[in-house]
Design a protein around this ligand. Structure first.
Ligand SMILES: Cc1ncc(C[n+]2csc(CCOP(=O)(O)OP(=O)(O)O)c2C)c(N)n1
Length: 321
């Protein structure tokens, strides 16, 4: 099944379970009206970010999308500081000034969530170029949705990555929908993978609901980049469990369709099924319970914490060189 040790398996499950606990809780918290700004939840896509980030070090850089909490957690950001950030608190990861859609954590190589669909790939090109010139074996990864895969910025980035043979992996998270537009309609060529191949990238198409598939593909692509073998792309299919944003009535699919999708494409359940025999389900239950507690405490602390002082409105915003 995999060459991962039991400890590595538990560590990977812990990340996916943290993402799920975080997102499920935010789904509830958002209804209170106490969270400033929009939030987009990553539940259902946990295996994609985790499968990739298990191959990365803090010196490797990732660029996220507007759906960025899972990428942050998988890259190693502190869940409590993330919750503070999403509640707009002074002690948040970005001192409460980024919120959900611009959350970033340079300490772990997470260059940021991004309100500009297709904004991540060009950012990652910069990081990959830096990595190549420094020659320290670091890599860059961009996460992009099926909608973002149609952006001109993404095309330019893929072309530049191939032309310059950069150490980069383009991960396309194909959840089948961009806001309320089906990928089968918006992708003229009908295949993200074939289009990426057209740019000269080696491409792997995987079930992004399956951590083990994702981990194997990521190992190949990240390994190639790290060894100086150039860029790759991965098209990972998955479903999102919630609406496009919190507050979206989700009319694009019926509750029955969603329930059927969740029953067959739940990354945590797929992990449990595949890891049975290697990992005791009771250990995974304990991980889930401890992550629910962690998030519980993070919400309570964030709610009680101070907002940034108005006098600091323009700090952390501009950078001088
Ligand atoms: C340049 C730009 N165009 C449009 C939007 C509005 N918008 C926000 S999210 C989104 C859909 C993105 O879909 P996808 O890339 O598939 O990611 P998903 O939401 O499915 O994770 C759109 C069109 C935007 N934020 N930026």
């Amino acid at each position: 099944m995999t060459d991962l040790s039991r400890e590595q398996l538990l560590g990977a499950y812990d990340k996916m379970s943290k993402i799920r606990a975080f997102e499920d809780r935010l789904h509830k918290e958002n209804t209170t009206g106490d969270i400033p700004g929009f939030i987009h939840l990553y539940a259902g896509e946990e295996a994609i970010a985790t499968g990739i980030c298990e191959h990365l070090t803090p010196a490797d850089k990732i660029a996220s999308t507007h759906r960025g909490h899972g990428h942050c957690i998988a890259k190693g950001s502190d869940v409590r500081s993330m919750m503070f950030e999403i509640f707009g608190r002074a002690d948040g990861l970005c001192h409460g000034k980024g919120g959900s859609m611009h959350i970033a954590d340079l300490s772990v190589g997470m260059l940021g969530a991004n309100g500009i669909v297709g904004g991540g790939p060009p950012l990652t090109i910069g990081a990959a170029l830096t990595a190549k010139y420094r020659g320290e074996g670091n890599v860059a990864v961009s996460f992009t949705g099926d909608g973002g895969s149609n952006q001109g910025t993404t095309f330019e980035a893929m072309n530049m990555a191939v032309a310059l043979q950069l150490p980069i992996v383009f991960v396309f998270e194909n959840n089948g929908i961009g806001e309320a537009t089906g990928a089968d309609f918006s992708i003229g060529a009908k295949s993200i993978a074939a289009r990426a191949e057209g740019f000269g990238l080696p491409v792997l198409s995987v079930d992004g609901s399956d951590f083990f598939d994702m981990y194997a593909a990521a190992g190949e692509a990240v390994g190639r980049a790290r060894a100086g073998g150039g860029p790759s792309a991965i098209e990972a299919s998955a479903i999102r469990f919630y609406g496009h944003f919190e507050g979206d009535p989700g009319l694009i699919r019926t509750q029955e369709q969603l329930a059927a999708q969740k029953a067959s494409k739940d990354p945590l359940q797929i992990f449990r099924d595949k890891a049975a025999g290697t990992v005791d389900p009771a250990e995974l239950d304990e991980i889930d319970a401890s992550n629910i507690d962690l998030v519980d405490q993070a919400v309570a602390d964030a709610r009680a914490a101070a907002e940034p002082d108005p006098s600091e409105v323009d700090t952390d915003v501009y950078l001088s060189y």
